[in-house]
Design a protein around this ligand. Structure first.
Ligand code: DGY
Length: 328
């Protein structure tokens, strides 16, 4: 058993699922300081919490920038994020300092793909509007022209970013009778053949698709990708769905496209900012369904994410191979 002085210091920026905490507590190699709340750690507390630590276990809501890295100081060996996305980490700064990064790919693919399908169907078939009508007494009778939406059968679906999650979405959508599955991205992907995916330029995807599903990482290239020009190429009957990162979308342009009938509807699980202020214009629109970033929110997925995040962190502390290390 190591003495307390030899334990490595770890700051955990939030209350996380118990599966992860158990692994950290039982490791016997680290002393834990936890921001024991369901709400994000305030920036000043984050700076205090990381001072002199060897490891940080963080979430996608924590911006780990040069200031935080400086506050941690030279002892910092590893940052393990409870997310597959890593746009909240200042990767260049982290790399420069020789710090290793763990993340959680794969384990949330199925949950996120499921949620994407649910959001697409809820948006296209206007479920929130229907539920509201039932509750408010607006349901007066069965009406042939009431609450009609769009179906997947015989449709063309375009997936922007056919990575792990994009593929899992495509695999789930195909059995609904999707006729063509288009995808964009720098290179064709061999695995696309499993879903009869056709690699096309983004403009073709946008103009031909009945459903445009965004599933790409947020990078400098994809920031603001879905803008006025993008929406203006979409069909007026098309449905837009984003479960990646809010900043891929220019929300003012999306509002205009939705409110002028340039596109039919949008389903968003991610926004800028998060949470979206309750008086945000997008929330006034019936044809916009907004969820609070719950793509990976199943009990088992979050538990597995926490386990992987903890295991990555411990490997980073010990200098051994991580189950999921980000290549910097
Ligand atoms: C991630 O992990 O990056 C998702 O957005 C949340 O699970």
């Amino acid at each position: 058993m190591q003495s307390v002085q030899q334990l490595m210091k770890v700051f955990v920026t939030r209350r996380i699922p118990p599966e992860g905490m158990k692994i950290l507590r039982q490791s016997g190699i680290c002393s834990l300081s936890v921001w024991d709340s369901d709400e994000p750690v305030p920036h000043a507390e984050l700076l205090k919490g990381v001072a002199g630590v060897h490891g940080i276990l963080c979430l996608l809501t924590d911006r780990i920038n040069a200031e935080v890295l400086d506050a941690a100081g030279p002892s910092l060996k590893v940052i393990s994020t409870l997310s597959v996305g890593f746009d909240h980490l200042a990767i260049d700064e982290i790399k420069k300092r020789g710090i290793r990064v763990g993340y959680t790919p794969d384990v949330l693919t199925d949950a996120t793909a499921e949620l994407t399908v649910a959001l697409l169907l809820a948006t296209a078939r206007r479920l929130p509007e229907g539920i509201q009508e039932v509750k408010s007494g607006g349901w007066s009778s069965w009406k042939p022209l009431w609450l009609c939406g769009y179906g997947l059968s015989g449709s063309t679906v375009g997936v922007v970013g056919l990575g792990r999650i994009g593929m899992a979405i495509a695999q789930r959508l195909k059995p609904f009778g999707v006729k063509r599955l288009l995808y964009s991205g720098r290179h064709p992907k061999p695995q696309a053949s499993e879903v009869d995916g056709e690699h096309v330029p983004l403009e073709v995807l946008v103009s031909k698709s009945d459903f445009v599903v965004v599933s790409c990482a947020l990078t400098p290239e994809t920031q603001g990708l879905c803008d006025k020009a993008f929406f203006s190429k979409m069909k007026k009957t098309a449905v837009f769905v984003n479960t990646s990162r809010g900043a891929v979308v220019n929300q003012e342009d999306l509002f205009e496209a939705l409110s002028t009938g340039q596109i039919a509807a949008a389903g968003l699980d991610v926004t800028t900012p998060e949470p979206l202020p309750v008086d945000h214009p997008l929330l006034t629109l019936k044809n916009c369904v907004v969820l609070p970033h719950i793509g990976s929110a199943t009990y088992s997925t979050r538990g597995t994410m926490a386990e992987l995040t903890a295991t990555n962190l411990l490997a980073g502390l010990m200098g051994t191979a991580m189950p999921s290390e980000l290549t910097l």
